[in-house]
Structures are given as C-alpha cells and as structure tokens.
Design a protein around this ligand. Structure first.
Ligand code: V47
Length: 364
C-alpha cells in the first residue's frame, strides 16, 4: 500500500504519517487538492487502523429535538423557526418523556437531544427535560445540548457556564454532542450564522465541559461557501483544543444539505467531497480517537465505504432525525441495528455496539 501512496505523489506525507508526525495546514491543503481519492483513503486508513484496529462502532440511540424555535435562524438551517411560525413547535417535558417511553422495549443506551435557541423557555425546563428522561429511563446516557445551547442556558440560568454545567450534570446530563460548530471562521459565521455564538465561544464551552470531565464531540458543516483553508483552520482549532484537554471523543464532518434553507442555490455535496472530508479529518485530527461517518447525511452506503477512508464509527440507529430531513435528506429516518452490523461486516470490520463513551456493549 505504501508504494501505491508514494506513486500517487503522497510519499512525503506518508513518511510523516508513518512517523506519527503532525500534519501542517499546507499538508492538509495538498490532501484536499489531491486528485487520487484512493491514495488519500489509504493514507487515512493507516491512522484509522493504528487507532482502532479492525473495530468499527455503532450505538443504539434515539434522537429527540425538543423544539425548533430558534433566534439564530442560520442561513444553512432548514430546521429552525421563529416563534409563532406555523411550523414552529416545542415539546413539553411530558411529550419528551412519552417519546422515551414509547421505545422502552428497545436496548437504547443513548438519547441525543438538541434544539434551537428558544427565546423564552426557562432554565428549569431544560433541567426538567433531563430529569424527566432519567425518570423514564434511568440507565440511559443523555448526550444533549450543543456548546451553543449550553452558552444560552448559562445566560438563562444567570450563572457562569461552569456552574450551569454542574446543574445540568446533576439533573442527568452525560455528555455534549458536537453540533453548532459549523465552520469557526469569522468570515463564514458572518455570512451564514451571524447571530450564533462565535467559534471561540464554542471552543470555550467545550474546554469548560472537558475540565468538568464531560466528554464532547465536534463537527464541521462543509460543502457550502467555505474554503479548504477555512476547513483546515477549523480542524486545527479542534486539534489544539484537544491537545489542551483531551476531552473530545469523536469528530463528525456534516455534509451540507441545501434544500429548504436560505442557501438553497447550493448543490448537495458529492461522494468524493464526503470521502475527502472523512480522510482529511482522520489525518489532521491525530489526537481524536474517533471519526464518525454519519449515515443520515451521507447515506448508509457511502458511510459504509467511508470505513475504508478513515472512519471507524457509523453513529447509530438514530430514529426520527429531523434536522437533516428538513433540509431534504433522502436517507431513512432510522437504521435497524442489524443493518448497521451488516454494513460494517461487509466492509470487513468487526461491528462493535458501543455506549456513548465507547465502552463495548456487544461484539458481532
Ligand atoms: O448543529 C444544520 C448541522 C447539526 C444543516 O455529536 C446541518 O455525535 C447539514 O451536530 N445540512 C446537528 N447539516 C447534527 C449534529 C450531530 C449529528 C450526529 C451526531 C452528532 C454527534 C452530532 O447539523 C447542527 C448543524 O451544525 N446542520 N443544518 C444542513 N442544512
């Protein structure tokens, strides 16, 4: 495989990867611009295998989006709605408890719960959501509220982020998902989500969470107006944060879905662009244990292929995904765990059913 990578002109970067040397942003540019996707994938696969051997992970999870009411109204988002809009919704704590109750017969180990930046729900609502879920399903791990939401909740609570996290942890919060990161570049934020918490703010919340022992994920929304350099700077900011705290578990590149958004003139990402982002993130994020191929956004078939391009995780059963489907995703709303197992096995990896913190629950 090394000869193939060298013949493709990636010998210098291969030597760095073999030595475990950190790749520079210029290396990253070369990778993004490289025309040979197979050589790029082979390079990323070296790192994937070093970190995760033959294992590929999935989780039995449930997504709940408690409300789409949002004051940020990001241009790339088809989910958020202004309060009072006919399609705006908010779930009561009982609605959320019902959603959890409806699936008590399934071996769900994680509830992934996020929502918009709601203008007037009180802090107590969010604590009650966590407590309510734990009442119905005491053993479930709640991965909830992006760094953007946590910042908002701290304002609602009128407390520092640190203390807000303490309250949320006491109510049942287990970890934070990686959403809301988008692209940290101030240029991109100005053009696509000017009201959203800036990149430094997102990273600051992640660091505070890590210092409390909360693990978190990180994402990057790619395939719209960002440059390769801006993607790489985003990855570098995450890499530097991870050097400081070690608190990130997984990185998830999110493929932009333009339908029904204020950026609907853009086209969907292509398979090559999706695979490149998986591979380049695996290579740049040398200190992240896991790279997720989120099947909801790139489709189960490409997510399966991504397992040979640097990814070691396919996310999970999900069920009732709303954010991407509002933006035109044509994937299913849920995958059965048998399908996930088959996708992973046919990719030549050992399927591992994990919990949120990557403890092994079952092997197949
Ligand atoms: O925060 C919004 C992004 C995120 C669109 O942590 C869009 O394990 C594509 O963060 N096209 C939500 N993306 C999803 C997310 C996530 C998903 C799965 C696993 C994890 C994890 C996190 O989706 C939002 C935003 O960044 N998003 N609109 C869109 N039109």
């Amino acid at each position: 495989m090394d000869a193939f990578i060298e013949q493709a002109g990636l010998g210098r970067i291969l030597a760095k990867v073999r030595e475990g040397e950190r790749l520079s942003l210029d290396d990253g540019e070369q990778l993004y611009q490289h025309p040979n996707i197979l050589a790029l994938g082979a390079l990323a696969d070296i790192v994937r295998e070093r970190k995760n051997g033959n294992q590929a992970f999935f989780i039995y999870n449930q997504h709940i989006n408690y409300s789409n009411v949002c004051t940020n109204l990001c241009k790339f988002c088809a989910f958020g709605r202004e309060k009072g809009h006919p399609l705006a919704y908010e779930m009561s704590v009982d609605d959320v408890k019902d959603k959890v109750r409806q699936r008590l017969d399934e071996p769900i180990s994680e509830i992934h719960m996020v929502g918009g930046i709601h203008p007037d729900l009180p802090f107590s609502y969010y604590l009650d959501l966590l407590r309510g879920i734990k009442e119905v399903r005491p053993d479930v791990h709640i991965q909830a509220f992006t760094c953007v939401e946590i910042h908002h909740l701290a304002q609602l609570a009128n407390k520092p982020v640190d203390q807000t996290l303490d309250d949320l942890i006491e109510a049942g919060l287990g970890s934070l998902p990686g959403g809301g990161a988008e692209v940290f570049s101030p240029r991109i934020r100005q053009l696509t989500c000017e009201r959203k918490l800036p990149g430094e703010g997102w990273l600051k919340v992640a660091k505070l969470a890590h210092r409390k022992g909360l693990r978190t994920n990180a994402t990057m929304l790619y395939g719209h107006i960002e440059t390769y350099r801006e993607r790489l700077e985003h990855l570098d900011a995450l890499r530097r944060t991870q050097d400081e705290t070690g608190g990130f578990l997984a990185f998830i590149p999110l493929a932009f879905h333009p339908k029904n958004t204020a950026m609907a003139e853009h086209t969907n990402t292509t398979g090559i662009n999706d695979l490149k982002n998986i591979a380049v993130s695996r290579l740049m994020l040398d200190n992240f244990p896991h790279i997720k191929a989120y099947w909801v956004m790139i489709g189960p078939k490409l997510a399966q292929v991504a397992l040979a391009f640097g990814a070691d995780d396919m996310d999970g059963t999900v069920k009732e995904e709303v954010i991407t489907h509002m933006a035109g995703a044509e994937t299913e709303q849920a995958l059965g765990h048998r399908t996930l197992i088959r996708l992973i096995q046919e990719a030549g990896r050992q399927p591992i059913q994990r919990d949120t913190l990557y403890n092994i629950l079952a092997t197949f």
